[in-house]
Design a protein around this ligand. Structure first.
Ligand code: ADP
Ligand code: DP6
Ligand code: CO
Length: 323
């Protein structure tokens, strides 16, 4: 019996993944690129034991129902297939990030699970293979195996759809300010939202072109530490992703009124000479990309409008670690 604990951090996509080409193998429609964040993470402990007749999954102290733990059990099944382990597992996970609120809990969760489960079963997977395993739980988890700027290369099959570190050690004084406007569970999961966008938005073909262009443009901008170009691309990419929800049938949106107000505040800050850009994942919470030197101006303004407790300053974070 070896209990293994892994910690993985969330990531925020700068060029987003929004749609699967293969829902079973979790192959995406496009590649994507993210920044791993130091402030939000998941710790997960896995132990394969003889005294269970089914996998037992506890999240933040609460036992998950079989339905809620389906993706976790799927990843455990894959680990059992790849290893000599046949027993069921006791899984205990703690999110240091709001769950299912558009702050990428599924990314840190399934990256940590892939690490803890594989090691507990006696496998010693490379980080590349861990990224492939994490992908089977949640697409964005593929990228959370690595720190810093990370690309998920779409690939064409299970073997080739994986994360590649783009820049693990980030030597660029930038920050990502998270504005937590609503930590509650979203109504439309990322899985459902992107599937609806792929199958019903008439703009979906254009999105694939947008992502290819944005990826090609953002990579040199990051390497050159070109803040303005990076910011312009990540903001436009996020809005074009959200346009897929508005143009789906039935239409839906992850924004709430405060999300729209926060976006306007970022534009106002820019107009007043503070360079910063916003992005949102599948939830109402806004992240503001800014330069370290502008943090006081950005956080003061956001705290005044939304409350200081809602403002969390994040920086580039590390890849998976075993505790
Ligand atoms: P998010 O924006 O937080 O990534 P998603 O809709 O992508 O939201 O995924 C949220 C779902 O991921 C949760 O409803 C839960 O099923 C699963 N999840 C999140 N954290 C964990 C965890 N630590 N362990 C197991 N499952 C988790
Ligand atoms: C908007 O990875 O949470 O955050 O693969 O169905 O689990 P599943 O979805 P998930 O979707 C993330 C969507 C996003 C953009 C991104 O992280 O690239
Ligand atoms: Co998610």
């Amino acid at each position: 019996m070896t209990a293994v604990t892994a910690r993985a951090h969330t990531n925020i996509a700068l060029v987003k993944y929004w749609g699967k080409a293969d829902t079973k193998l979790m192959l995406p429609q496009t590649s994507s690129l993210s920044l791993t964040l130091d402030q939000f993470y998941t710790d997960t402990t896995v132990n394969f034991v003889s005294d269970l007749t089914a996998d037992e999954v506890v999240l933040n102290g609460q036992r998950l129902t079989p339905t809620a733990s389906q993706k976790v059990r799927h990843v455990l099944d894959l680990v059992r297939q790849q290893s000599d382990e046949t027993r069921f597992a006791r899984v205990s996970s703690t999110n240091h990030v709001p769950t299912a609120a558009g702050l990428a809990s599924s990314a840190s969760a399934f990256a940590a699970l892939a690490g803890a489960a594989s090691r507990s079963a006696g496998l010693n997977l490379s980080r590349t293979d861990l990224s492939r395993l994490a992908r089977r739980g949640s697409g964005s988890a593929t990228r959370s195996i690595f720190g810093g700027f990370v690309e998920w290369q779409a690939g064409i099959d299970d073997a080739t759809s994986l994360a590649v570190p783009f820049q693990e050690q980030v030597d660029w004084p930038i920050a990502m300010v998270a504005l937590v406007l609503d930590p509650r569970h979203k109504k439309v999961s990322s899985t459902q939202g992107m599937q609806s966008s792929v199958t019903t938005s008439p703009y979906y073909p254009a999105w694939k072109t947008v992502v290819a262009d944005d990826l090609a443009a953002i990579k040199p901008a990051i390497l050159a530490q070109d803040f303005t170009t990076t910011g312009e691309i990540l903001e436009a990419n996020a809005m074009r992703m959200h346009a897929l929800t508005l143009s789906a049938n039935p239409p839906f949106s992850y924004f709430n009124g405060e999300s729209l107000a926060a976006m306007q505040t970022v534009r106002d800050l820019r107009a007043s000479g503070v360079s910063c850009y916003y992005t949102l994942d599948a939830g109402p919470n806004v992240k503001v990309f800014c330069q370290e030197a502008d943090l006081p101006a950005v956080t003061t303004r956001l705290a005044a409008q939304f409350g200081a407790d809602q403002v969390i300053v994040a920086h580039p974070g590390p890849g998976i670690a075993f505790l």
